[in-house]
Every structure is written in structure tokens, then in C-alpha cells.
Design a protein around this ligand. Structure first.
Ligand code: NDP
Length: 249
């Protein structure tokens, strides 16, 4: 994709997992491009740091401290945005957890359920909460964070890989449901990035060998552009290209 910083002035963008890592820098970059950012995460300190940085660059944010296991809380987000703004232009479903790196037969039920709950169920619940608001935008954009794990045979990554395959499937279905509308929906494989999640997955790896989350966020940013035409695809950050995963009917 040819890189161009999008003009997001007057756009409203909701970013989950905005307290650190890729979500933090996506929120910051979107605000720098003119969007009003609604930043969701549990860690108030991380959200406040983001708010300070956004204000310092002349932007605006609304902070929503929320645990995404609170499904009723996710349902309320849509209503609250509707009341205040009447539409949503950009949704970034970025929050996620790794769970555990272990053979499938050794994974504890509560860990498996937590991974599915945060990565899959909360993402669906957020889609359901904001779908009418994104449809109400003249250029609604949804970005769903996936992973290369969704497509690779990677020993010990079972719960996480299954959760990412599930969100990609949802993104494709949702994109097909809305293909005749201005709404554009894509999944993203950010690739290995220097964050807390990656350090948990690969404790022996030198983080300095990995791209900083700000670099990765800058490459994802054009997916929020009102000019984007692609939908129902997976954007691979390392290749800087879209891929279509489609089996013949
Ligand atoms: P981090 O662990 O750095 O950040 C995860 C974010 O998710 C945090 O802001 C965290 O906020 C939020 N989050 C986690 N659990 C909850 C919860 N219960 N409620 C609300 N928010 C929650 O992860 P990354 O930045 O590395 O990952 C971002 C996305 O990119 C994820 O979906 C991940 O799967 C994907 N990805 C990352 C890769 C990498 O190499 N880093 C590679 C491939 C995909 P808080 O704790 O404050 O609630």
C-alpha cells in the first residue's frame, strides 16, 4: 500500500487496548491526524499518559477505563457514543491477551476461556455495540487486530491462534454483510512487535531486534483513511500489503 498519512480531522475513533503497545501508538497517531480518540483499556495510568501526549500534540481524547470482560460495559459504549456523537467513524479492536504458551492438552480451562472471552467474545460484543454507529458514518472504518498465528501451524500457541482465526472469520463475515456500504472492514497482522505481549510470548528474544509499536502503528494508520477502498482483507504490516483468504464455495 502506498503510504500516505490520512486526514482524520473531525473523525471519531475508538481504540481498545490503548493503554500500551500497538493500541497506544495507534490512538496517538490517529489523534495526531485530527481524530478525536476514545481510548479504552483497564490501566488508568496508561490512558492518562496517552491523554497527556495527545493534548500536548493539540489533539483530543475521551478515556474509557473498562475491563473488556465486562460485556454489559461494552454494550453501553455504543449507546454512550450514540448519545454524544450519533456516529462512529473508526473502530480499532486491538485489545488482546496471549494466555499461555503450552501444549493444548495442558492448557487450563479458565485460561482458554479468558483468551476466548477477551480476544473473541469482547470483539464480537464491540462489533455489535458500534455496528449501527459505523454504518451511520460516511466512511466507517473497522480495524481488527489479528496475528500471523491465525494462519501458521505453531506448536503451543493453540488458544491464541484459535482466537485470532475466529476474529478474522468475523471480520470477513462482517465485511461481506456491509460490502455495499461505505463501511470498510479489515483485519491486520502487525507482525512481531516490541511490546509486553511479545515479551511474554518470547522471553528469550532481544526486544531491540523488533520494530517499535510506533513504527507498526504508523503502517496500520492508512486503514483508517476515508480514502481506503479495500474491505474483508488482511493487511500484513511486514509486507505492507493486503491478502485475501478465501476458499472456493
Ligand atoms: P500489549 O500486551 O502491549 O497490550 C494489550 C492491550 O490490550 C493493553 O492496552 C491492555 O490494556 C489491553 N487489554 C488486555 N486485556 C484487557 C481487558 N481485559 N480489558 C481491556 N483491555 C485489555 O499487546 P500488543 O500491543 O502487543 O498487542 C496488540 C494487539 O496486536 C493484540 O490483539 C495482539 O494479539 C496483536 N498482535 C501483537 C503482536 C506482537 O508481536 N506484539 C503480533 C501479532 C498480533 P490494560 O492491560 O490496560 O487493560
Amino acid at each position: 500500500m502506498t503510504y500516505k498519512k490520512p486526514d482524520l480531522s473531525g473523525r471519531l475513533a475508538l481504540v481498545t487496548g490503548a493503554s500500551r503497545g500497538i493500541g497506544y501508538f495507534l490512538a496517538k497517531e490517529m489523534a495526531a491526524c485530527g481524530a478525536h480518540v476514545i481510548a479504552v483499556a483497564r490501566t488508568v495510568g496508561g490512558l492518562e499518559e496517552l491523554d497527556d501526549e495527545i493534548k500536548a500534540q493539540g489533539g483530543e481524547a475521551t478515556l474509557v477505563p473498562l475491563d473488556l470482560t465486562d460485556m454489559a460495559g461494552i454494550d453501553r459504549i455504543g449507546g454512550a457514543i450514540h448519545e454524544r456523537w450519533g456516529k462512529l467513524d473508526i473502530m480499532v479492536a486491538n485489545a488482546g491477551i496471549l494466555g499461555v504458551i503450552a501444549p493444548l492438552g495442558h492448557v487450563e480451562a479458565k485460561v482458554f476461556e479468558k483468551v476466548m472471552n477477551i480476544n473473541v467474545t469482547a470483539t464480537w460484543r464491540l462489533i455489535r455495540s458500534v455496528d449501527p454507529l459505523l454504518r451511520a458514518s460516511d466512511a466507517g472504518r473497522a480495524i481488527i487486530m489479528s496475528s500471523g498465528a491465525a494462519h501458521s501451524a505453531r506448536a503451543f500457541w493453540g488458544p491464541y491462534a484459535a482466537s485470532k482465526a475466529a476474529v478474522e472469520a468475523m471480520a470477513r463475515s462482517w465485511a461481506d454483510e456491509t460490502k455495499n456500504m461505505p463501511l470498510r472492514i479489515n483485519a491486520v497482522n502487525p507482525g512481531a512487535t516490541r511490546t509486553a505481549m511479545r515479551a511474554q510470548a518470547m522471553p528469550g528474544e532481544d526486544p531491540d531486534t523488533l520494530p517499535h509499536p510506533s513504527e507498526v502503528a504508523a503502517k496500520i494508520l492508512p486503514l483508517a483513511s476515508p480514502e481506503l477502498t479495500e474491505t474483508g482483507l488482511i493487511f500484513d504490516v511486514k509486507k505492507n500489503a493486503f491478502t485475501r483468504y478465501q476458499m472456493p464455495e
